[in-house]
Every structure is written in C-alpha cells, then in structure tokens.
Design a protein around this ligand. Structure first.
Ligand SMILES: [Zn+2]
Length: 360
C-alpha cells in the first residue's frame, strides 16, 4: 500500500479543524497509554497538565513540542497521525522497528494548554512563550527547559503554524516553511545549524513531490529569547516547522498531511536519497515573503465616482462554540501589485461582498 493511500484511510480522524486542546487529545492519550510511555511534564500557569509522550528505546534522542503557541494546532494533528502510523501493523514494519530501536522520541503535543483552550498564541498571562527562552518567567517555559535539560536531546523539533500572509517569490503560498535558527547575531553556520539544515534539505526533497514550489525558508534573524535560537546556541540542532496555507484548506487538514510526510522523511521511514544531501541546498529554499492575503477584490468601484480600487481582506480567526470562524476584515496594503489573494473573486461579485463588510 502506498503511503498516500494509507494516510487517506488511516489519519487520526478524531482530531479535526483548527481548535485542538487537551480535551481533544485526552481520549487518544488514554488509547496509547499501554503502548507509549505517557507522563506529565508539569503544569501550566492555570494548573493544566502538560503531557509528555515517549516512544522508542534508541540512543539518538529527539525532542519535539507543539502548540507552544496555543492556536497553532496543525503539527499536533500530524503528531497523532504519526502515532497511528507507528502503531499500524501492516506498513513499513522494518522502518518502524528500526526507528524505535535507534531513537528515543519525546513529544510534548500541547506545551501551552491554557492558550490552546482560549485559542490564543500567548499563554494565560499573555506571554509569548517563544520570547521567554532567557527569562523563563512562565511555568510552561520552565517545563520545556527542564525536559530539555534532563533528556539532553540530539535534535529538537519546534512545531508551529504560520499565518496565511506568507508566500514565495514564485507567486505560490508558503504551505510549509522551515528554519534552521541562528545561534548568534552573525548567523554563523555552526555544526548544529548544519545538521538541522541537512535535515530540512532532506525533508524538502520529499515535500517537493507533493507541493512543488510551496516550501519556504523562515527568516533567520537571531533572537536569543526564541527557544529555537537558544537551543541552537546550546549546540543542539533545532528545526522550526511552520505549517502554512494550502489552496482553500483553512482547517489545515491537507497541510497536516504534508507535516506528517515531513516526519516520515525526517525519521527515514520513507525512502530518502541520504547520500545526496548537501546542507548548502538549504539556502536554495526560497525565503518566506509576506505577499499573500486571504481575499482580494480587484478593480472594485467603491462609490459613484469612476475610480476603481483594490480591496484587501484578511480573515480574523475567532473561537465560537468550540470551532474557529473566519471573519473577513478589510485592511489596506500599499503595494497591491505584489500581493496575491488566496481567493480573488471577479469584480462583479466583489461589489456585493464589500457592501456587507464595512470597515470599523
Ligand atoms: Zn508559532
């Protein structure tokens, strides 16, 4: 069976959409409690549990955490897709047993459970945990640092979502972006950066088969307050994953699949041309640009005058009754020519839409 076919029929269908909190993953953790080692890594500022899952018994140690930003849930879904894959009894048996024999993988699926409930980037105190690597002012930051110090990983995976505004020079959206974070102000290419660059190059080779031209490279300006930069400074190779937008997939049910394939590639569970990896190819991955918006109405007649305008809208994500609604909000963008819309309806339809969306 091909991996695509397996995925289509076997992905973790109990997790769906953009809103994922502890409540959603708890039944799955119960399901896996006799298969993986599941414990508590600590608690959040509001006293919510931060579960930690350990699989494999190997000497190569990998630490991954998702939902450090509470509203970035795509990689969490892909983690549970990966759990289903690793417990499947029919496919890639040799690769799976090889992986479990040689690696120990520790995963924190929701590092920021309070932000996950509230669907916010920040934690309950309004702190961005990815700017708290030096201060360690928040319980969640301390939990991650303690796991890092105790486990002493050889590779870290910092799993995030990026907004729909990111695209690439080729005019395509950045469906998945990666970063080998800088370890100093000069963005020196040290050994740990080289290692994470190599892994990103490997993953990118697989992703190009599915989303050609839609993989981006995130900005590598050094910020010691960012966790990835801080770990990389400690010479532990770290990869930032940024799950992004694909076509009309606002629930990110398609992007989660590309993240899942990224995991399989990273863990050598699907055939890779490993001999052929040059870290410098990392720099050939195009840089992320902020050249996309959700909705663009071009050539719109705003009033009775004959002037035609371009109206640019971006969706605001709002948690309503346990699901995320996407509310269009008008914004102005100066350089309209360089901006693409994920959706650009024809001008006749757009006039009607505009009248119902008055700017506040
Ligand atoms: Zn993030």
């Amino acid at each position: 069976m091909k991996i695509e076919t397996w995925y289509q029929h076997n992905f973790e269908s109990q997790l769906e959409g953009r809103y994922i909190s502890l409540k959603h993953i708890k039944p799955l953790l119960e399901k896996y409690q006799d298969i993986f080692s599941i414990s508590s890594a600590g608690t959040s500022e509001l006293g919510n549990d931060i579960p930690k899952i350990t699989l494999g018994k190997g000497s190569n140690k990998i630490l991954a955490w998702s939902q450090m930003h509470g509203n970035e849930t795509t990689c969490t879904k892909a983690i549970f897709d990966f759990f289903k894959f690793i417990t499947n009894n029919e496919l890639f048996k040799d690769e799976i047993s090889h992986f479990l024999k040689n690696n120990t993988l520790v995963i924190i699926p929701i590092l920021n459970p309070d932000g996950a409930i509230a669907y916010t980037r920040e934690n309950a105190n309004g702190i961005d945990l990815n700017r708290d690597a030096i201060d360690l002012s928040q319980k969640e930051s301390v939990v991650l640092r303690n796991v890092f110090n105790e486990f002493q990983p050889h590779l870290c995976l910092n799993l995030h979502d990026q907004r729909t505004i990111y695209g690439l020079d080729n005019g395509l959206p950045a469906t998945v972006s990666f970063l080998s974070p800088a370890a100093d102000k000069n963005r020196s290419v040290n050994n740990s950066r080289i290692e994470s660059m190599k892994q990103i190059v490997k993953i990118n080779k697989i992703l190009q088969q599915y989303i050609p031209g839609q993989v981006g490279r995130y900005d590598d300006t050094y910020n010691e307050n960012c966790v990835g930069d801080s770990f990389q400074k400690n010479e532990v190779p770290t990869i930032l994953f940024e799950a992004g937008h694909y076509k009309t997939d606002y629930k990110r049910e398609t992007t989660r699949k590309f993240i899942f394939y990224s995991f399989l590639s990273l863990f050598d569970m699907i055939p890779n041309d490993k001999e052929d990896i040059d870290y410098e190819d990392y720099f050939l991955i195009p840089k992320n640009k902020t050249n996309y918006r959700d909705l663009i109405l071009r050539d719109v007649k705003l009033d009775q005058s004959s002037n035609h305008a371009t109206v640019v809208m971006q969706y605001e994500e709002r948690l309503i009754n346990g699901a995320i609604d996407f509310i269009p909000v008008v914004e102005t963008v100066d350089d309209i020519d360089d901006i693409y819309g994920h959706y650009e309806p024809d001008p006749a339809a757009s006039q009607f839409l505009l009248n119902s969306q008055k700017k506040k």
